[in-house]
Design a protein around this ligand. Structure first.
Ligand code: HEM
Length: 368
């Protein structure tokens, strides 16, 4: 089983790492009355623990030798492989206030996302002082990581909102393209080239030095009206996305990786790829060349109060300017045919500091 180093340079693991099979995302709020040194020690302890966990180690004894001792590690990942685990730490805009003396350290671009068209955000599913994205090829390994990281900061940070993902709905370089819960290939046209990572994901000259080499994380919990979608003819579903269902080809071509031709003549108002389709609205060709790194996962919350399947997409994107997401979502939120079948119910923006050098911790430069 593969393991990814936590320490290094450039982005934290879990940003460019080829998406693992499963994900668990959780946000936290700092407990009232906590101070800068509490935050500092939380980040230091999380970092040291993540470094252990990603190497398949426990974060302390599973079976302490001292009689009556509580185990520092809860044990459910004991003897399991690292399973490509990565845990990525994000810092929310709300952290940069007087509580921690961090007002002057807030990057200008790190502010709450504005209201966006067709938002139906639930108050309990927005924001957060801190975020953790745990991804692994074994869901038990991802769960164990989050559980133990939450446990070790009890009294300092409270859990806020969470999304339990399964089944990646994005692709990295060289990976096959998986499918989202609408049954379409997701991640066909994503950022894979180094040049695009540099241009659109990595923060180069930030107003805040501590964030250089890091990135921003946009997270949206997007609910799908699965039953309604399933009753829609596949021919129409294909017009919603602008791609075929089986092959995943743009409606202007025949193969998945054919470059879409948004001007090609066809059946929907004279076009092969409808102008209101998801890909026509989101493609860089129609957005001044802008690209975002999508790293989404499918999620399910079981069944809702009406007995319907409660599921959707845990949309996670990495980008060096939140405006790139905002511009895209303004367009999608007002014109995308997909809106008939989805609602954005959760949302957060987080700054993701670069990976720490060995022995250091995420965000350490904030306290220098
Ligand atoms: C492409 C699904 C939400 C941005 C795609 C594709 C699918 C898809 C099937 C085509 C395959 C591909 O190139 O990856 C979904 C679903 C969503 C969702 C089911 C919600 C439940 C979003 C959101 C954004 C977004 C919120 C950004 C604001 C993009 C972009 C592309 C894309 C940039 C690539 C377009 C291209 O270059 O051709 N999405 N998406 N998507 N989506 Fe989404």
């Amino acid at each position: 089983s593969q393991s990814h180093p936590f320490y290094g340079s450039g982005a934290q693991a879990g940003v460019f790492t080829p998406p693992q099979r499963h994900a668990l995302f959780m946000t936290f709020t700092m407990v009232a009355g906590t101070t800068a040194s509490d935050l500092q020690s939380l980040l230091a302890r999380w970092s040291a623990a993540i470094a252990q966990l990603t190497q398949g180690k426990s974060i302390g004894a599973v079976e302490p030798t001292r009689a009556g001792a509580v185990a520092p590690d809860t044990g459910e990942a004991f003897n399991l492989d690292p399973a490509s685990l990565t845990v990525t730490i994000g810092l929310g805009p709300s952290l940069f206030d007087d509580r921690f003396g961090l007002k002057d350290k807030r990057p200008a671009l790190l502010t709450d996302l504005p209201d966006l068209p067709s938002d139906s955000l639930q108050p309990g599913l927005t924001g957060g002082d801190l975020s953790l994205q745990a991804c692994a090829d074994d869901p038990q390994v991802a769960y164990h990581a989050i559980r133990n990281l939450a446990r070790m900061v009890r009294g300092t940070a409270d859990t806020h909102w969470t999304v339990m993902g399964f089944g990646r709905a994005s692709a990295g370089a060289g990976q096959y393209t998986p499918r989202n819960l609408m049954g379409f290939k997701d991640g066909t046209r994503n950022i894979t080239e180094e040049a695009d990572r540099t241009k659109f994901v990595t923060i180069a000259d930030a107003d805040q030095k501590w964030l250089e080499g890091g990135t921003y994380q946009v997270v949206r919990k997007i609910e799908m009206d699965i039953e309604i979608w399933d009753a829609d003819p596949v021919s129409d579903q294909q017009h919603v996305f602008g791609r075929t269902k089986d092959e995943g080809a743009p409606l202007s071509g025949t193969k998945e990786f054919d470059t879409p031709d948004f001007h090609k003549a066809g059946a929907v108002n004279g076009l092969a790829i409808p102008a209101t389709s998801h890909v026509a609205l989101a493609a860089p060709e129609n957005n001044g060349g802008v690209k975002i790194l999508r790293r989404g996962y499918n999620y399910t919350d079981g069944i809702n109060q009406y007995g319907q399947l409660d599921a959707g997409l845990l949309f996670i994107a990495y980008l060096n300017d939140p405006a790139h997401f905002i511009t895209l979502q303004k367009k999608l939120g007002s014109s995308d045919r997909l809106n008939e079948y989805i609602s954005h119910i959760g949302s957060g923006l987080f700054a993701v500091p670069p990976a720490p050098a060995t022995g250091h911790y995420v965000g350490e430069a904030l306290f220098a």
